[in-house]
Design a protein around this ligand. Structure first.
Ligand code: G1P
Length: 292
């Protein structure tokens, strides 16, 4: 029987430079899609897939992220006294969503290093990684689709979310090479972080969802700095790929990159457009702007 998958690691230590100056004082993960911050969509996806423990890898200035998932007795008392039962319910629902703990990344040495910082909170167990910039709208949560492939493969490999991208965009992603064992399931043989289009081994890009074996921590301990002089998660997983232990799942669902202002706006239009409280207003706005 494969081991259980219980923990989701969510790296949130990044500086958010593409959103400066707002990210001088607001963590980019708290930028809103309607009334909710981006990070709530990611945590909700993990919880929906059965991952009950959430580990944030944070840095200085990011404490507001932990506050968001904590209870707030003063606010709750105020809403209660004001008779705002629906809002109170929502505020409490967020605090009860998941068991969230924070670990600190003291120096920004890259995604691989951020994941390594979670080691004391994860132990030697398999775990999931969800990157906060990527939000996926899917019938089955994207990380749940990966977990399913991971279980079916025996629970000791790594599974990555893959998406086909236009070749000229390979510079923005980790890119995988390999053979499809089944429709939508690649046995990954090689991985390159952010290659130039001419050097990309394929146009199958990694989106920010991973299921990883605990052994990845040992590999990360000795992974040299790679692209951008940072310790890259892609380089560590590539060691497992050489051993034939990495699968790429072309997931079903629509992915939104909320890591830049237009991407966040696109996500807001999509999710608020689906929300009964906002759908009519969003449609009216789109008509207004289309009319010029
Ligand atoms: C990270 C990973 C990259 C992956 C991407 C997905 O890059 O290093 O392999 O394709 O996330 O969003 P980042 O976008 O954080 O620079």
């Amino acid at each position: 029987m494969s081991p259980a998958l219980r923990t989701a690691v969510i790296p949130v230590a990044g500086r958010g430079t593409r959103f400066l100056p707002v990210t001088k004082s607001v963590p980019k993960e708290l930028l809103p899609i309607g009334e909710r911050p981006c990070i709530e969509y990611v945590v909700a996806e993990a919880v929906e897939a059965g991952l009950e423990n959430v580990v944030f890898v944070t840095s200085r200035g990011k404490d507001a992220l932990l506050d968001y998932f904590d209870s707030n007795p003063d606010l709750e008392a105020h809403l209660d006294a004001a008779g705002k039962a629906d809002t109170l319910k929502e505020v409490r629902r967020v605090a009860a969503l998941a068991q969230v703990v924070g670990v600190r990344q003291q120096v920004t040495l890259g995604l691989g290093h951020a994941v390594l910082c979670a080691r004391p909170a994860v132990g030697n167990q398999p775990f999931a990684v969800l990157l906060g910039d990527d939000i996926v709208d899917a019938r089955v949560p994207a990380i749940g689709q990966l977990a399913e492939a991971w279980r079916a493969a025996g629970g000791d490999s790594a599974v990555l979310a893959l998406m086909e991208v236009p070749r000229e965009q390979t510079r923005s992603y980790g890119v995988c090479a390999g053979e499809f064992e089944q429709p939508g399931l690649m046995r990954v043989s090689a991985m390159v972080e952010k290659p130039d289009p001419a050097e990309a081994p394929s146009n199958f890009a990694i989106v920010g969802r991973y299921v990883l074996p605990g052994q990845i921590f040992d590999i990360l301990e000795t992974t040299p700095r790679g692209k951008g002089d940072e310790i890259q998660l892609t380089d560590a997983i590539a060691v497992l790929a050489q051993q034939g232990r990495v699968l790429g799942r072309v997931f079903e669902g629509q992915r939104f990159d909320t890591g830049n202002p237009l991407g966040l706006l696109r996500a807001a239009l999509h999710f608020m457009g689906k929300d009964p409280a906002h759908a009519a207003g969003v449609a009216a706005l789109i008509r207004e702007f289309a009319a010029g």
